[in-house]
Design a protein around this ligand. Structure first.
Ligand code: R5P
Length: 298
C-alpha cells in the first residue's frame, strides 16, 4: 500500500506510514499566478492507495487539491482509493435548510465517488448519517471519546463532571464521552438564524448541575458563538468550572478570546486541523492508525 500525502496532511500521512511501514509519496503542489491549483504525483503508483488531507484551513483550496489528486491517481490507473480526511469541510450543510440551497456534503461526496474514492475515513464528522446516505462507498467515522476521556481523567475527578452537548445534534457525542467517563450528560437546545448565523439557547436544563464541573463537547468550533453561549448559560446555573473539548478547532476570528471570556477554563482540540496558540491539542493519529489496522485495512 502506498500513502499519498497532500499539502495539508498535518502529519497523519507520516503517522500512518510509520505505523504500517508503508511508502509515503508527497504530492507536489503549487498555485498558479492566476490562483489555479496544480498538483503532481511525482512517482508512479499502482494498487491500493491511501490519500491523506485535512480540509482546513482554506477548505476550497484543500478540496481542489483532493479532487485533482484523485483524478491524477485515476489517470495513473489507480481505481481503489482510501481517503483519510481527519477533518472534512462542508459537512454542516447536510440538508436543505432554505429552499434553493444545495446539500453541500452530497455534492462533494458525489465527486469523490466519481473519482473512485472507495473508502472514506474521517474523525467525528458532523453528521455521520448524511455521509451514509450520500456516499455509496465504505465509510468509517472515528469517534474520539477515548482520546478526550483519557485526558480528562488525568485532570478532573469524574464525581464532579457533567458532560454537556451545546445542541441537540451533539447528543450522541456527549453520551459517548459521558459513558467513557462513567458520568452523566445533558444537552442544550441551540437555535441558529439561518440568515444572520446568530445562535441562541431556548431550552432550560432540568438536571441539577450546581457546583459541577462542565465539560462541553462539540465537533467543530468555528466562531466560538455556540460554546460562549453555552458557557454563559451554564455559569448562570451555578456550574463551578467549564472545560471545552472539540474535535476540530477552526477558531476563526476572535473565537478563542470569546470563549475564554465567557468563563471557559481550558479549550482542548484534536490535531485534525492546524494548531493555534492558547489551545491544548490531543493527538488522534494513534487512534486513526488503530482503526485503519482493525477495520479499514484488516
Ligand atoms: C453545529 O451544529 C456544530 O456542531 C457546531 O456547534 C458549530 O459549527 C459551532 O460553530 P460556532 O463556533 O461558529 O458557533
Amino acid at each position: 500500500m502506498i500513502v499519498v500525502g497532500l499539502p495539508n496532511a498535518l502529519g497523519f500521512d507520516e503517522g500512518i506510514c510509520k505505523f504500517f511501514n508503508y511508502k509515503l509519496i508527497k504530492v507536489h503542489s503549487k498555485i498558479f499566478p492566476d490562483g489555479e491549483t496544480y498538483v503532481r504525483i511525482p512517482e508512479s503508483v499502482s494498487g491500493k492507495v491511501i490519500i491523506v488531507q485535512s480540509f482546513f484551513p482554506n477548505q476550497n483550496d484543500r478540496i481542489m487539491e483532493v479532487l485533482l489528486t484523485l483524478n491524477a491517481l485515476n489517470e495513473l490507473g489507480v481505481k481503489d482509493i482510501v481517503g483519510v480526511f481527519p477533518y472534512m469541510a462542508y459537512t454542516r450543510q447536510d440538508k436543505i435548510f432554505m429552499k434553493g440551497e444545495p446539500i453541500s456534503i452530497k455534492a462533494l461526496l458525489k465527486i469523490f465517488e466519481e473519482f473512485n474514492l472507495s473508502y472514506l475515513v474521517t474523525v467525528d464528522v458532523h453528521n455521520p448519517n448524511a455521509i451514509k446516505q450520500y456516499f455509496k462507498g465504505n465509510f468509517m467515522n472515528i469517534i474520539p471519546s477515548k482520546v478526550f476521556a483519557s485526558y480528562l481523567r488525568k485532570k478532573l475527578s469524574s464525581n464532579d463532571i457533567i458532560i454537556v452537548s451545546p445542541d441537540l445534534g451533539g447528543i450522541k457525542r456527549a453520551e459517548a464521552l459521558a459513558k467513557e467517563l462513567n458520568t452523566d450528560f445533558i444537552y442544550l437546545e441551540k437555535f441558529r438564524d439561518r440568515i444572520t448565523g446568530e445562535v441562541s439557547l431556548k431550552s432550560s436544563v432540568k438536571t441539577n448541575i450546581k457546583n459541577k464541573v462542565a465539560v462541553i463537547v462539540d465537533d467543530i468550533i468555528s466562531t466560538g458563538g455556540t460554546i460562549a453561549l453555552a458557557s454563559k448559560y451554564l455559569k448562570k446555573r451555578g456550574i463551578k468550572e467549564i472545560f471545552v473539548v472539540c474535535s476540530h478547532g477552526l477558531f476563526v476570528r476572535d473565537s478563542i478570546s470569546k470563549i475564554k471570556s465567557s468563563g471557559v477554563k481550558e479549550i482542548v482540540s484534536l490535531n485534525t486541523v492546524k494548531p493555534v496558540k492558547g489551545i491544548t491539542y490531543l493527538d488522534v493519529i494513534p487512534l486513526v492508525n488503530m482503526i485503519l489496522r482493525d477495520v479499514v485495512i484488516g
